[in-house]
Design a protein around this ligand. Structure first.
Ligand code: ACM
Length: 262
């Protein structure tokens, strides 16, 4: 199974341009599963909830999800990508997974970062895992990484690989993913964006350095902090399924939930 991140620049508010550009980047390298950044179609720095709502689209019936799902059908591949989702009155910072047979599932960001709390509703669907045949995948979005429960929950449900769409602004995540993957024995594809969003007085810079991390904490590939990039890695799901660290230690069966006070 060949998995890829798409590291790209996103032009704030230029949805059609960003989607077309993402499709070009998807076409540039062959893979079985591609992960794109968080909010890849709109950019990140919304001024308020009215603005995020004005850009939000239904999943799976909005134009962005449809365009990428059509690509997945044509290329017989899987795609996970982030966008603002409109569902009834609610606006979520979401990602979706589509494959050769069409749309599969949506994830709504549970741990909102900073002013996202003003622009989005908190995700209302528990972390879940999708069996796509060769592997089981789970989704999380950006800041979810800092809460170990996010990946633990996905790993305990059997995820072999985490699709991690991101718009990272702090310098910690890429190194932290080494521990997140090691403690759960899973692969993760962290797809970050590059560049800045500048909105009048406000601006935010994104850190790039998208990364694919292996189940023993190996950095299988890491990108630059400033260039668009698509990198592909061949993964072996059996390596993620082996939770045995040595003959006497198993990452899952050695847990002692009865001794943890949460
Ligand atoms: C983030 O969660 N986009 C920092």
């Amino acid at each position: 199974m060949r998995v890829a991140f798409v590291q790209m620049y996103c032009d704030f508010g230029q949805v059609e341009r960003n989607v077309l550009h993402a499709l070009e980047l998807l076409q540039s390298k062959d893979a079985d599963l591609y992960v794109l950044p968080e909010l890849f179609n709109t950019g990140y720095l919304f001024k308020d909830r009215d603005e995020s709502a004005s850009f939000a689209e239904p999943i799976p019936d909005g134009p962005t999800c449809k365009a990428l799902t059509n690509f997945a059908k044509q290329k017989q591949c899987y795609i996970s990508a982030g966008l603002p989702e409109l569902s009834g009155e609610n606006v979520y910072n979401s990602s979706f997974l589509s494959g050769p047979d069409g749309f599969i599932s949506v994830y709504r960001k549970i741990h909102l970062f900073n002013k996202e709390k003003i622009c989005f509703d908190q995700g209302d669907i528990p972390f879940s895992v999708q069996d796509i045949g060769e592997i089981k995948v789970g989704m999380m979005i950006c800041f979810d990484w800092i809460f170990p429960e996010s990946m633990r929950s996905l790993a305990l449900q059997g995820a072999d690989l985490i699709c991690h769409s991101a718009n990272l602004v702090m310098p910690y995540c890429q190194n932290a993913m080494v521990t997140r993957c090691l403690e759960n024995s899973v692969y993760a594809v962290t797809a970050n964006r590059i560049g800045s969003d500048v909105r009048g007085e406000l601006s935010v810079d994104f850190t790039g350095t998208s990364q694919i991390t292996g189940p023993r904490g190996e950095i299988l590939v890491r990108s630059s902090d400033s260039r668009e990039d698509v990198q592909v890695v061949e993964i072996d799901p059996e390596k993620a399924r082996n939770k045995q660290l040595n003959p006497l230690n198993n990452l899952f069966t050695d847990r002692h939930p009865d001794m943890y006070t949460l």
